[in-house]
Design a binder for this molecule. Structure first.
Ligand code: ADP
Ligand code: MG
Length: 700
């Protein structure tokens, strides 16, 4: 890093990265630690003591007095349990941090969801250092804490977190890729999955937020009539960023840069008060941890600006919700395998990877869908602005044509343009912007990577990325199996392959495309016809979380995760249980919150309005004035009807909650909302107890 970059950004200042390693560790130890990090190897125990010593000094130089193993429990957020460096030795206070403290922790942490993997009286939970994600400093107003990214598992080794399966899936894909690349004659190299996670979010003034129990307790508004102006004019998207928001963004980025997170892009999103932050992509595990820190930082910095950052997928009805586009690719030996490349040999690898992804997504659309399921995302998937709940792939017209010519070289349709022979032809240049036009697809090829757009804004990237790695590992393996069977692969260096090799590969890819091209859809995913067409093609469509999560209970899916060492059957079952329970709890909290707001805030306001109207009507009558009485009477009737409906809907909702019926709870909440939102238009502004959409969505 140049001095100029350093002083402008303070990039990586709070990360125990290259520079800190060089400064705080001996040359020898630094070298061993770097090797561990780069190759993802286990740490040499003989250096743990010195590394811990160095990290402590580095952290204390930055004001840290405490350390914590930082991990990703199944709650979907991050967890930390702090210990101080302070210890008493012979009655004397000293600062200490041992190699053991660095490598393993025993936080117990028995109250996290485990889906039956551990009960509180059973084995402890352990955290184990993940050296591939560097330690960092978390600052607060009067101190700092050293955070050590870790994996969290039970005594039995079963995973209790979101990081462990991700690391395992990366290993699985690495193994499959090494096998495939060997068949292509490539020298063995380091493979790396990459992730760029675009983060959408809303901001709301904290004063409004405080007055909205629904936002406080559930993260979304359960009531609220639409604002006259919403996003119709499309004037917010990419508009001038308001000063208050820009200064918030600046502070966020400064914090992120210090943590070594390459925040790159910021802009207004489509809905009013909606924004986006996109980092430059990094290796997957690090990028996934970094996204957790991005969400943390957005929330924390918002507080300092008198704002609240809403990461819920659908904070407001009637305007766009928020997603988290997961841009994913794989590199081998530093070269992106999803880059079409410039010669026939690179093209062959690219087409193989492209077909492998298409095959994987078609075979396991159910698992991808399950990986983005959740109570919040249910309001977004399939809603107008979001990718539909049907998982399909967009590749763009040019690439679609390439695939067709690859599949049917003899078809007369393509005679004019010529066939596409692997190993002989180069691909036509595929301009990036030609592949990036379709925003309606849940899974789009965007020039040199895939963009999975179905994940919701609050999701931890590791879930969807674990699935993607695993299913691609499987299809890469299957293609490698076929190639191996032909006995012509793995015999030549890149550029020196025989025609027999290329013909064999072409046949394998043709068979794969024939079987799986149904998942490719280049049309408009928002059109009403698409779900019908998708059904004809046999593509699954799971409209809600419980139906989507059923994929985790399927035998063949458990077998897949077991085969690739990503999750045991028990681990998968535990996750199914945890996610379902989380969904049910969230719906219950929302239902209860809606009921409470309706009966404690809305009902009294509506009654007061009714009373005032009745008194006005009575007063007019008592002084014998006729004008106005018919209007007052009508208003009274309408308010009365609203009050009646309110009572009825509250009763129904209460009943659904009592029966723990999630579907009925959601339906009753919707009916109640319709009543409340129409009362919002009848009760005077001064009396209405909740800040309105028009206030909250336009904070400037
Ligand atoms: P947009 O989607 O807004 O047009 P881009 O497509 O340029 O923007 O980039 C979106 C995200 O994709 C960024 O985070 C970027 O770093 C990431 N990205 C670019 N190349 C790759 C790659 N090879 N692997 C993973 N992510 C990538
Ligand atoms: Mg994008």
């Amino acid at each position: 890093m140049t001095e100029e970059t350093k002083s402008a950004t303070h990039f990586g200042e709070d990360v125990f990265g290259d520079e800190a390693i060089r400064t705080y560790l001996s040359k020898d130890t630094a070298k061993k630690l770097q090797a561990t990090i780069q190759e993802g190897k286990p740490l040499d125990p003989s250096i743990a003591g010195e590394v811990a010593h160095g990290i402590r000094h580095w952290a204390m130089d930055r004001g840290a007095t405490h350390y914590t193993h930082w991990f990703l429990p199944m709650t979907g957020s991050t967890a930390e349990k702090h210990d101080s460096f302070l210890e008493l030795k012979d009655g004397e206070p000293i600062m200490q941090f041992s190699g053991k403290n660095l490598i393993v922790g025993e936080p117990d942490a028995s109250s996290f969801p485990s889906g039956g993997i551990r009960s509180t009286f059973e084995a402890r939970g352990y955290t184990a250092w993940d050296p591939t994600s560097p330690a960092f400093i978390k600052r607060h107003s009067n101190g700092a804490t050293l955070c050590i990214p870790t994996a969290f598992c039970a005594y039995t080794g079963e995973s209790l977190d979101k990081k462990t399966p991700l690391l395992r899936s990366m290993q699985a894909l690495d193994k499959s890729l090494k096998r495939l690349m060997k068949l292509f004659g490539r020298p063995e190299a380091h493979s790396a999955c990459t992730l760029g996670a675009e983060q959408e979010y809303f901001l709301v003034d904290k004063e409004y937020w405080k007055k909205r129990p629904d936002l406080v307790l559930t993260g979304r508004t359960l009531f609220g009539a639409p604002s006259a102006k919403g996003q119709q004019l499309e004037d917010h998207y990419f508009g001038t960023i308001p000063d208050r928001v820009l200064s918030f963004m600046n502070d966020v980025e400064r914090e992120l840069w210090k943590l070594g997170i390459p925040a790159k892009t910021r802009h207004n999103e489509v809905a009013p008060a909606q924004f986006e932050l996109a980092p430059q992509f990094e290796e997957l595990n690090l990028a996934s941890d970094h996204n957790m820190l991005v969400m943390d930082t957005l929330r924390n910095v918002a507080e300092k600006h008198g704002l609240k950052c809403l990461l819920h997928e659908k904070p407001y009805a009637g305007v766009n919700g928020s997603g988290k586009h997961n841009n994913w690719s794989v590199a081998y030996g530093g070269k992106n395998l999803l880059d079409p490349g410039s010669n026939p040999d690179e093209n062959a690898v690219f087409l193989t990877m492209l077909c492998a992804v298409i095959e994987a997504v078609d075979k396991h659309a159910d698992l991808l869908r399950a990986s983005v399921a959740g109570a919040g995302n249910d309001h977004r998937l399939g809603a107008n602005e979001a990718p539909p709940a049907v998982i399909s792939i967009y590749v763009g017209d040019q690439l679609a044509e390439v695939l067709e010519r690859l599949e049917n070289p003899k078809s007369a349709k393509h005679e004019a343009k010529g066939t596409l022979k692997i190993g002989v032809d180069t691909l036509p240049a595929i301009p990036k912007d030609a592949t990036d036009r379709n925003r309606t697809s849940p899974f789009a090829f965007t020039g040199n990577k895939f963009e999975f757009r179905a994940p919701g804004s609050s999701v931890c990237c590791s879930g969807p990325m674990t699935v993607l790695n695993t299913i691609v590992a499987e299809s890469v393996d299957r293609i490698a199996d076929e190639l191996e069977k032909t006995k012509v692969a793995g015999k030549a260096k890149p550029g020196e392959h025989t025609a027999a090799f290329h013909n064999a590969l072409q046949k394998i890819l043709q068979t794969s495309l024939k079987a799986h091209k149904r998942v490719v859809f280049n049309g408009n995913g928002y059109e009403a016809d698409w779900p019908k067409e998708a059904a004809k093609r046999g593509l699954p469509n799971f409209p809600d979380t419980p139906s989507a999560l059923a994929a985790l209970a399927k035998k063949e899916n458990a077998a897949l995760f077991e085969k690739y060492g990503v999750m045991t059957k028990r681990e998968l079952e535990s996750r199914h249980e945890i996610f379902l329970e989380e969904y049910e709890k969230k719906v219950r909290i929302e239902g209860t919150c809606a009921r409470d707001i309706a009966s404690e805030l809305i009902l009294p306001a509506a009654k007061a309005e009714y009373l005032e109207t009745a008194q006005a009507y009575e007063a007019a009558n008592s002084v014998g004035v006729a004008s106005g009485t018919s209007a007052l009477r009508e208003e009274l009737v309408e308010l009365g009807a609203g009050l009646d409906a309110l009572r009825t809907e509250i009763g129904k909702l209460d009943d659904a909650i009592m029966r723990s019926d999630s579907a009925a709870t959601l339906a009753s909440m919707q009916a109640l909302r319709t009543t409340v939102d129409s009362l919002e238009k009848r009760v005077s502004e001064a009396r209405w107890p909740l800040p309105k959409y028009r206030d909250m969505l336009f904070l400037y």
